[in-house]
Design a protein around this ligand. Structure first.
Ligand SMILES: [Fe+2]
Ligand SMILES: [Fe+2]
Length: 151
């Protein structure tokens, strides 16, 4: 395992998590209208999850002998709900794909691999939830009524 390369990639992940914290909070401030009550706490919860991930990454970077970045990746903002969710999905996918590529680099270090695997799983779930909010997967329901026969 190339430690310096891993530190660099962990730092890229850290800057993406910082961007997720800022973007999520900003969207939670900006969201208005009928869905504010449900969407705003959801966005803040995700910002807190990103903050948790940033702490994990920063601690690991120092453990490997690296200097954690203090620079967030680019942040997007919008006041329209669908537009902000699309921006969040774009960032969530970027974070997920970054962890997927990082995972390939850390296969021979078990604790690091497990750490990144957990991040991969969480970020995939974040993507899936945003895809559901945006109704990207249309589910066809053929039977509107289901009848069960008890034997
Ligand atoms: Fe995260
Ligand atoms: Fe996330």
């Amino acid at each position: 395992m190339n430690v310096q390369k891993v530190i660099d990639e962990l730092n890229k992940a850290l800057s993406l998590e910082y961007a997720s914290v800022i973007q999520g909070l900003q969207h939670s401030f900006l969201v208005q209208g009928l869905f504010r009550e449900s969407i705003s706490p959801m966005l803040r919860e995700h910002a807190e999850e990103s903050f948790k991930h940033a702490k994990i990454l920063g601690d690991k970077i120092v453990a490997l002998g690296g200097l954690p970045t203090v620079e967030p990746a680019p942040v997007k903002q919008a006041s329209d709900l669908v537009e902000m969710l699309k921006q969040d999905l774009t960032l969530a996918r970027e974070v997920y794909e970054h962890y997927e590529s990082l995972l390939k680099m850390v296969q021979d270090d078990t604790p690091l691999r497990v750490m990144v695997e957990n991040l991969v799983e969480t970020e995939k779930k974040d993507c899936e939830e945003l895809e559901k909010l945006l109704e990207l997967k249309k589910i066809r329901v053929k039977d509107k009524e289901l009848t069960f026969r008890v034997k």
